[in-house]
Design a protein around this ligand. Sequence first.
Ligand code: ADP
Ligand code: MG
Length: 238
Amino acid sequence: MAELQLRGINKSFGAVKVIHDIDLDIANGEFVVFVGPSGCGKSTLLRTISGLEEPSSGQVLIGGEDVTDFDPSERGVAMVFQSYALYPHMTVEQNLGFGLRMGGMPREQVSERVLEAARVLELTDLLERKPRQLSGGQRQRVAIGRAIVRQPKAFLFDEPLSNLDAELRVQMRIEIAKLHQQLGSTMVYVTHDQVEAMTLADRIVVLRAGRIEQQGSPIELYDNPDNRFVAGFIGSPR
Ligand code: ADP
Ligand code: MG
Protein backbone atom coordinates (compact mmCIF):
# COMPACT_ATOMS: atom_id res chain seq x y z
CA MET A 1 0.00 0.00 0.00
CA ALA A 2 1.27 3.47 -0.85
CA GLU A 3 2.38 5.65 2.04
CA LEU A 4 1.07 8.87 0.49
CA GLN A 5 -1.87 8.99 -1.88
CA LEU A 6 -3.37 11.97 -3.65
CA ARG A 7 -6.80 11.28 -5.08
CA GLY A 8 -8.29 13.73 -7.56
CA ILE A 9 -6.74 16.80 -5.95
CA ASN A 10 -8.00 20.16 -7.22
CA LYS A 11 -7.09 23.50 -5.73
CA SER A 12 -8.29 27.00 -6.56
CA PHE A 13 -7.37 30.30 -5.00
CA GLY A 14 -10.46 32.44 -5.57
CA ALA A 15 -11.30 32.11 -9.25
CA VAL A 16 -7.84 30.82 -10.20
CA LYS A 17 -7.43 27.07 -10.46
CA VAL A 18 -3.82 26.09 -9.74
CA ILE A 19 -4.00 22.28 -9.26
CA HIS A 20 -5.97 20.17 -11.75
CA ASP A 21 -7.17 16.71 -10.75
CA ILE A 22 -3.88 15.23 -9.59
CA ASP A 23 -3.64 11.52 -8.71
CA LEU A 24 -0.39 10.28 -7.26
CA ASP A 25 0.71 7.28 -5.17
CA ILE A 26 4.02 7.51 -3.34
CA ALA A 27 5.43 4.27 -1.91
CA ASN A 28 6.80 3.80 1.57
CA GLY A 29 10.47 4.81 1.48
CA GLU A 30 10.27 6.36 -1.98
CA PHE A 31 12.08 9.62 -2.77
CA VAL A 32 9.85 11.65 -5.10
CA VAL A 33 10.93 15.00 -6.53
CA PHE A 34 8.49 17.58 -7.93
CA VAL A 35 9.99 19.82 -10.61
CA GLY A 36 8.48 22.46 -12.85
CA PRO A 37 8.56 26.19 -13.51
CA SER A 38 7.84 28.81 -10.89
CA GLY A 39 4.10 29.02 -10.22
CA CYS A 40 3.22 25.55 -11.57
CA GLY A 41 1.87 24.42 -8.19
CA LYS A 42 4.75 22.49 -6.59
CA SER A 43 4.50 24.18 -3.20
CA THR A 44 0.71 24.10 -3.22
CA LEU A 45 0.72 20.36 -3.87
CA LEU A 46 3.28 19.76 -1.10
CA ARG A 47 1.30 21.96 1.30
CA THR A 48 -1.80 19.94 0.47
CA ILE A 49 0.02 16.81 1.68
CA SER A 50 1.20 18.52 4.87
CA GLY A 51 -2.22 20.03 5.54
CA LEU A 52 -1.10 23.66 5.27
CA GLU A 53 -3.47 23.95 2.30
CA GLU A 54 -6.89 22.39 2.06
CA PRO A 55 -7.74 21.00 -1.39
CA SER A 56 -10.84 22.39 -3.10
CA SER A 57 -11.72 18.78 -3.84
CA GLY A 58 -10.04 15.39 -3.58
CA GLN A 59 -8.49 13.31 -0.80
CA VAL A 60 -5.11 12.95 0.82
CA LEU A 61 -4.31 9.54 2.35
CA ILE A 62 -1.33 8.85 4.57
CA GLY A 63 -0.58 5.23 5.41
CA GLY A 64 -3.97 4.34 3.96
CA GLU A 65 -5.87 6.72 6.23
CA ASP A 66 -7.88 9.63 4.82
CA VAL A 67 -6.30 12.68 6.51
CA THR A 68 -7.93 15.32 4.29
CA ASP A 69 -9.65 16.91 7.30
CA PHE A 70 -6.71 16.50 9.70
CA ASP A 71 -4.63 19.41 11.00
CA PRO A 72 -0.96 19.44 9.93
CA SER A 73 0.16 18.33 13.41
CA GLU A 74 -2.08 15.25 13.25
CA ARG A 75 -0.73 13.90 9.96
CA GLY A 76 2.59 12.44 11.06
CA VAL A 77 4.51 14.18 8.28
CA ALA A 78 7.15 16.87 8.70
CA MET A 79 7.84 19.85 6.45
CA VAL A 80 11.46 20.99 6.21
CA PHE A 81 11.64 24.74 5.87
CA GLN A 82 14.55 26.86 4.83
CA SER A 83 17.10 27.42 7.58
CA TYR A 84 16.04 30.99 8.25
CA ALA A 85 12.99 29.59 10.05
CA LEU A 86 15.21 28.77 13.10
CA TYR A 87 14.58 30.60 16.37
CA PRO A 88 17.53 33.01 16.66
CA HIS A 89 17.43 33.35 20.46
CA MET A 90 17.48 29.57 21.09
CA THR A 91 20.44 27.19 21.07
CA VAL A 92 20.64 24.37 18.53
CA GLU A 93 19.49 21.95 21.23
CA GLN A 94 16.49 24.13 22.09
CA ASN A 95 15.65 24.63 18.41
CA LEU A 96 15.67 20.86 17.89
CA GLY A 97 13.55 20.09 20.94
CA PHE A 98 11.12 23.01 20.87
CA GLY A 99 8.33 21.41 18.86
CA LEU A 100 8.40 18.23 20.94
CA ARG A 101 8.35 20.16 24.21
CA MET A 102 5.42 22.24 23.00
CA GLY A 103 3.66 18.95 22.18
CA GLY A 104 4.05 17.94 25.82
CA MET A 105 6.70 15.23 25.44
CA PRO A 106 8.61 14.48 28.68
CA ARG A 107 11.99 16.18 28.95
CA GLU A 108 14.08 12.96 28.97
CA GLN A 109 12.42 11.66 25.82
CA VAL A 110 12.93 15.02 24.07
CA SER A 111 16.56 14.92 25.07
CA GLU A 112 16.99 11.38 23.70
CA ARG A 113 15.48 12.30 20.36
CA VAL A 114 17.49 15.52 20.09
CA LEU A 115 20.75 13.69 20.78
CA GLU A 116 19.90 11.00 18.22
CA ALA A 117 19.06 13.59 15.53
CA ALA A 118 22.24 15.52 16.39
CA ARG A 119 24.24 12.31 15.96
CA VAL A 120 22.70 11.52 12.55
CA LEU A 121 23.31 15.10 11.35
CA GLU A 122 26.72 15.51 13.01
CA LEU A 123 25.55 18.43 15.14
CA THR A 124 26.57 16.97 18.51
CA ASP A 125 29.39 19.47 19.07
CA LEU A 126 27.19 22.42 18.13
CA LEU A 127 24.23 21.88 20.48
CA GLU A 128 25.02 24.89 22.69
CA ARG A 129 25.43 27.35 19.81
CA LYS A 130 22.92 29.92 18.61
CA PRO A 131 21.95 29.96 14.91
CA ARG A 132 24.06 33.07 14.22
CA GLN A 133 27.14 31.10 15.30
CA LEU A 134 26.53 28.46 12.61
CA SER A 135 27.42 28.24 8.92
CA GLY A 136 24.62 28.12 6.36
CA GLY A 137 24.99 24.36 5.96
CA GLN A 138 24.93 23.79 9.72
CA ARG A 139 21.77 25.88 10.02
CA GLN A 140 20.14 23.88 7.28
CA ARG A 141 21.06 20.68 9.12
CA VAL A 142 19.34 22.04 12.24
CA ALA A 143 16.25 22.82 10.15
CA ILE A 144 16.25 19.19 8.93
CA GLY A 145 16.90 18.01 12.49
CA ARG A 146 13.69 19.66 13.66
CA ALA A 147 11.84 17.37 11.27
CA ILE A 148 13.84 14.25 12.22
CA VAL A 149 13.09 14.51 15.95
CA ARG A 150 9.38 14.16 15.16
CA GLN A 151 10.08 10.72 13.62
CA PRO A 152 7.61 11.44 10.82
CA LYS A 153 6.15 8.93 8.37
CA ALA A 154 7.27 11.24 5.57
CA PHE A 155 9.49 14.27 5.07
CA LEU A 156 8.32 17.10 2.83
CA PHE A 157 11.00 19.47 1.54
CA ASP A 158 10.20 22.73 -0.26
CA GLU A 159 13.36 23.95 -2.01
CA PRO A 160 15.35 23.50 1.19
CA LEU A 161 18.67 24.46 -0.38
CA SER A 162 17.63 27.44 -2.46
CA ASN A 163 19.20 30.05 -0.17
CA LEU A 164 22.56 28.31 0.13
CA ASP A 165 25.58 29.02 -2.05
CA ALA A 166 26.57 26.56 -4.77
CA GLU A 167 29.19 24.68 -2.79
CA LEU A 168 26.92 24.18 0.21
CA ARG A 169 24.10 23.04 -2.01
CA VAL A 170 26.27 20.20 -3.23
CA GLN A 171 27.26 19.22 0.32
CA MET A 172 23.69 19.36 1.58
CA ARG A 173 22.41 17.39 -1.37
CA ILE A 174 24.80 14.61 -0.41
CA GLU A 175 23.68 14.92 3.23
CA ILE A 176 20.03 14.55 2.23
CA ALA A 177 20.77 11.49 0.09
CA LYS A 178 22.62 9.93 3.06
CA LEU A 179 19.74 10.75 5.35
CA HIS A 180 17.30 9.02 3.03
CA GLN A 181 19.52 5.94 2.99
CA GLN A 182 19.92 5.90 6.77
CA LEU A 183 16.30 6.56 7.74
CA GLY A 184 14.62 4.87 4.77
CA SER A 185 11.78 7.40 5.10
CA THR A 186 9.36 8.51 2.43
CA MET A 187 10.50 11.87 1.07
CA VAL A 188 8.83 14.39 -1.20
CA TYR A 189 11.15 17.11 -2.39
CA VAL A 190 10.41 20.24 -4.41
CA THR A 191 13.20 21.83 -6.40
CA HIS A 192 13.87 23.59 -9.65
CA ASP A 193 17.47 22.37 -9.65
CA GLN A 194 18.02 19.68 -12.31
CA VAL A 195 21.01 18.16 -10.56
CA GLU A 196 19.15 17.81 -7.27
CA ALA A 197 16.24 16.17 -9.05
CA MET A 198 18.42 13.78 -11.07
CA THR A 199 20.62 12.70 -8.17
CA LEU A 200 18.09 12.47 -5.32
CA ALA A 201 14.95 11.11 -6.95
CA ASP A 202 13.70 7.56 -7.23
CA ARG A 203 10.96 9.20 -9.28
CA ILE A 204 10.65 12.67 -10.76
CA VAL A 205 7.20 14.21 -11.24
CA VAL A 206 7.28 17.04 -13.78
CA LEU A 207 4.49 19.56 -13.15
CA ARG A 208 3.22 22.07 -15.65
CA ALA A 209 0.44 24.56 -14.90
CA GLY A 210 -0.98 22.40 -12.10
CA ARG A 211 -0.96 19.11 -14.00
CA ILE A 212 1.45 16.17 -14.13
CA GLU A 213 3.22 16.50 -17.47
CA GLN A 214 5.29 13.32 -17.12
CA GLN A 215 6.72 11.14 -14.37
CA GLY A 216 9.33 8.42 -14.16
CA SER A 217 12.77 7.55 -12.89
CA PRO A 218 15.48 10.12 -13.66
CA ILE A 219 16.93 7.87 -16.34
CA GLU A 220 13.54 7.21 -17.97
CA LEU A 221 12.78 10.91 -18.19
CA TYR A 222 16.27 11.75 -19.38
CA ASP A 223 16.24 9.10 -22.10
CA ASN A 224 12.58 9.42 -23.10
CA PRO A 225 11.17 12.86 -22.38
CA ASP A 226 7.66 13.12 -23.89
CA ASN A 227 8.31 16.63 -25.17
CA ARG A 228 10.64 19.60 -25.17
CA PHE A 229 9.16 20.97 -21.97
CA VAL A 230 10.16 17.85 -20.01
CA ALA A 231 13.50 17.64 -21.79
CA GLY A 232 14.19 21.23 -20.76
CA PHE A 233 13.58 20.47 -17.11
CA ILE A 234 15.53 17.25 -17.04
CA GLY A 235 18.40 18.50 -19.15
CA SER A 236 18.06 15.92 -21.92
CA PRO A 237 20.01 16.84 -25.05
CA ARG A 238 17.17 17.48 -27.46
P1 ADP B 1 5.47 26.83 -7.22
O1 ADP B 1 5.78 26.35 -5.86
O2 ADP B 1 5.49 25.77 -8.28
O3 ADP B 1 6.30 28.00 -7.65
P2 ADP B 1 2.93 27.61 -6.03
O4 ADP B 1 2.33 26.32 -5.63
O5 ADP B 1 3.57 28.43 -4.98
O6 ADP B 1 3.95 27.37 -7.24
O7 ADP B 1 1.82 28.50 -6.71
C1 ADP B 1 0.97 28.04 -7.74
C2 ADP B 1 0.04 29.16 -8.15
O8 ADP B 1 -0.86 29.44 -7.08
C3 ADP B 1 0.75 30.46 -8.47
O9 ADP B 1 0.08 31.07 -9.53
C4 ADP B 1 0.59 31.26 -7.19
O10 ADP B 1 0.60 32.63 -7.46
C5 ADP B 1 -0.75 30.79 -6.71
N1 ADP B 1 -0.88 30.85 -5.23
C6 ADP B 1 -0.15 30.13 -4.35
N2 ADP B 1 -0.54 30.37 -3.08
C7 ADP B 1 -1.54 31.28 -3.17
C8 ADP B 1 -2.38 31.93 -2.21
N3 ADP B 1 -2.26 31.69 -0.89
N4 ADP B 1 -3.31 32.80 -2.67
C9 ADP B 1 -3.47 33.03 -4.00
N5 ADP B 1 -2.72 32.44 -4.96
C10 ADP B 1 -1.78 31.59 -4.56
MG1 MG C 1 7.21 26.95 -4.50
